[in-house]
Design a protein around this ligand. Structure first.
Ligand SMILES: C[S@@+](CC[C@H](N)C(=O)[O-])C[C@H]1O[C@@H](n2cnc3c(N)ncnc32)[C@H](O)[C@@H]1O
Length: 248
């Protein structure tokens, strides 16, 4: 199955359970909105959300900007179904790959929480999203970089997995990328998430749809990788970059 189809189908499968395990994602959504508000004085009138999922960030946006016009998008149809079932608003929905928007409509704010790490051509796609901004508009995204899941990657490799997947953009490339014709502000933080048991960790991977871009590992390797952790509790690092890119 092609990668994008795999991502969409894994997230669709995770839609019903996603919110119950998305603690890091919820924390990151609050942080992303705060970062946007800290650096932007205006009230956005038109907002496009890429990879809105079940609506963890959308809910906060709707609360902060109740009069804005919204377009909520995601590559996974069932994530949007879940969003529609729980959210009250007059916004529109489109099932679409955020790397290939089929419209030229422009927005005051394009925002995305914990999604762009799934992009195949990150920089090209972010540059393309800038074309959908009004002058003075902001593209505000956060994404995971390569130190994320380092503990789990090491455990899988030690257990003999040859292609562990979990490929995230390189942190220094993110920090050094320049967007022409824009003012960029960014920050980088690490969050350590503690899973009380190995079962909690594997459930979280499954229910978050994280397996989407991973290589499929055998049960034997999975068991060995989990045994690599000396205690039942597993601590996993999430390395999160936040970018505020304002079009001049
Ligand atoms: C980790 S979830 C985050 C969901 C939501 N933003 C949140 O804060 O909870 C990533 C979301 O991005 C979506 N996604 C992944 N690749 C995408 C792409 N290329 N275009 C649009 N959405 C994508 C997934 O379907 C999933 O809903």
């Amino acid at each position: 199955m092609p990668l994008k189809q795999r991502i969409a189908s894994n997230f669709s499968r995770a839609a019903a359970t996603y919110n119950s395990v998305a603690t890091v994602q919820a924390e990151a959504a609050t942080d992303l909105l705060n970062f946007y508000q800290m650096h932007s004085a205006g009230q956005p009138k038109t907002i496009l959300e890429i990879g809105c999922g079940t609506g963890i960030l959308s809910e906060k946006l709707l609360h902060a900007y109740p009069k804005a016009t919204y377009l909520f998008t995601d590559i996974a149809e069932k994530m949007l179904h879940q969003h529609r079932a729980t959210m009250q608003h007059n916004g529109m929905y489109v099932v679409v790959d955020g790397e290939h928007l089929p419209f030229s409509q422009k927005f005051d704010l394009i925002i995305s929480n914990m999604t762009c790490q799934w992009f195949s051509t990150l920089w090209q796609s972010l540059e393309k999203l800038l074309e959908n901004l009004n002058t003075g508009g902001v593209l505000c995204v956060n994404l995971l970089s390569d130190e994320t899941f380092q503990e789990w990657r090491t455990a899988l490799e030690t257990a003999g997995a040859t292609n562990v997947g979990l490929h995230y953009p390189d942190a220094s490339t993110i920090q050094n990328h320049a967007f022409s014709g824009c003012t960029t502000i960014q920050k980088w933080q690490k969050i350590q998430e503690h899973y009380p048991t190995r079962q909690h960790f594997t459930n979280a991977l499954k229910n978050l749809g994280v397996q989407a871009a991973n290589a499929v590992v055998s049960r034997g390797i999975l068991r060995k990788a989990l045994a690599h952790f000396s205690s039942q509790e597993i601590t996993i690092t999430y390395s999160i970059h936040t970018l505020f890119i304002q079009k001049k």
